[in-house]
Design a protein around this ligand. Structure first.
Ligand code: EPU
Length: 420
């Protein structure tokens, strides 16, 4: 298994290109199942999770072909020949469950392995299933698989989510585009990735109102058609590299990044003493003076994203003063805390909140993490720490960060991948 070796203490200086958003790309690929015609996605990031979704779509019979040589354009299309998302793929990536809605809407049947828990929480899919049931799908659970059937097609309905779920909103939105009649989705997630999905579905011929709000209205159509859609820049990759610049006392241009999707993160970084400004071609981030403690509480968009919580905690671990970081989305997303503590951070967890008391410096250590964002938070800590840090289980990073070590090394970090 590959590892990452970092010699800490060098400020990052330079330009980092931000890729397409992983969490937009995955549902967009699943949306390719809604038509036989070709869906062309551009600005696709080169990530392990994208390869996994491509493998899943191919299992369903659909072609996923790169267009051109740089791997950034994918054409998805063709007839669906199987309705089953097998355990071997779903266990690797929970987002596989996003094929459920499109499959049942298109073919009248979907059989998807239940994803089970994961490193950050139990993560059930009950909201996805209930929403599809309200559209008339019959749901059965057997032998670790969920089967959704709607032989006569789905029918529009009013669905009120009891709490906000990104994935359930996406599954329902995709399914509703082909349902008969009108679907209203109340308490819908408002993440920018949902807006991107809605934009792509609209380009494919779907009729959706209320995009960007928590109430989506979808007027079903009988079929969708070919379209080309550019994927939005990854706001979490952007926020992660902004924290990298800040934790090292550096200055970087995040090329292609958009400020509009990063409100809460950038407000909090500014409060902590980080300079963030729109610049030609992206965002400039620098930290010239000291960092101060700032609080963050994760919330659905437009709140502070749970996917930035671990990285922000690394940053706060070297800020002057105390910060409180509260996680409200996932019940077990503090797995990075013991590893940061091993590097000298002073963090105490009380239930869903962590009190971080900044220390003057972290010290390098061998560390490992059990999920993507926790892993990258350890990379950030390593960039700022005195001495050498080895981050194990790099495959977590490869799921969501494209060439992380190359991007950081190009800005002066002493970081390398050790193949193993
Ligand atoms: N939940 C339920 N029942 C459901 C669905 C969700 O109880 O049927 C709970 C979850 O367990 C969680 C909360 O609701 O406690 C919110 O989960 P949500 O459904 O919004 O998350 P998701 O769709 O599974 C996406 C991202 C995650 C990100 C969350 C929250 C993708 C592929 N994944 O997950 O990204 O943390 O939204 O913003 O879009 C990551 O990229 O590292 C990552 C984990």
């Amino acid at each position: 298994m590959d590892r990452i070796r970092i010699q800490g203490g060098r400020p990052l200086e330079g330009t980092i290109r931000i890729g397409g958003a992983k969490n937009a790309a995955l549902p967009l690929m699943a949306a390719g199942l809604l038509t036989d015609e070709r869906l062309t996605l551009t600005n696709v990031p080169a990530l392990a999770d994208i390869a996994t979704m491509a493998a899943l779509l191919r299992t369903l019979g659909v072609a996923v072909d790169p267009v051109g040589n740089d791997g950034r354009v994918l054409a998805i299309g063709g007839a669906i020949t199987s309705s089953e998302a097998p355990y071997d793929i779903v266990r690797k990536m929970r987002a596989s469950v996003l094929v459920l809605g499109p499959l049942v809407a298109r073919t009248g049947e979907a059989r998807v392995s239940l994803p089970g828990g994961c490193a950050i929480g139990t993560r059930p899919i009950d909201l996805h299933l209930k929403a599809l049931e309200e559209l008339g799908a019959e749901i059965t659970l057997e032998a670790g698989y969920v089967t959704a059937t709607a032989r006569k097609g789905l029918r529009g309905a009013n669905v009120i989510f009891p709490f906000v779920s990104v994935g359930a909103t996406e599954n329902l939105l995709m399914a509703a585009t082909l349902a008969e009649g009108t679907t209203v989705i109340a308490n819908a997630a408002r993440e920018p990735e949902i807006g991107d999905l809605a934009a792509c579905l609209t380009a494919m011929g779907a009729r959706i109102e209320g995009v960007g709000t928590d109430r989506l209205t979808v007027h079903g159509v009988t079929s969708l058609h070919a379209a080309t859609h550019p994927i939005i820049p990854d706001r979490i990759e952007t926020g992660t590299y902004a924290c990298a610049a800040a934790i090292t006392g550096g200055s970087v241009l995040l090329e292609g990044a958009k400020l509009e999707h990063l409100g809460a993160v950038m407000r909090t970084l500014r409060e902590a003493g980080v300079e963030v400004a729109e610049a030609a071609g992206g965002l400039s981030v620098k930290r010239l003076n000291g960092l101060h403690g700032a609080d963050a509480m994760t919330e659905p968009y437009p709140g502070f994203p749970t996917d930035m919580q671990a990285q922000f905690m690394s940053l706060m671990s070297v800020a002057e003063g105390a910060s409180m970081v509260t996680e409200t989305i996932f019940e077990n997303r503090f797995m990075h805390v013991p590893e940061l503590s091993r590097m000298g951070a002073n963090i105490v967890v009380h239930g869903a909140s962590a009190i971080v008391r900044g220390v003057p410096a972290l010290s390098g250590a061998p560390v490992m993490a059990t999920d993507l964002r926790a892993s990258v938070s350890l990379v950030l800590a390593g960039l700022a720490a005195k001495g050498e840090t080895i981050v194990n289980r790099v495959y977590h990073l490869d799921r969501g960060y494209e060439r992380v070590e190359e991007k950081l090394a190009a800005c002066g970090a002493a970081i390398e991948r050790i193949p193993g």
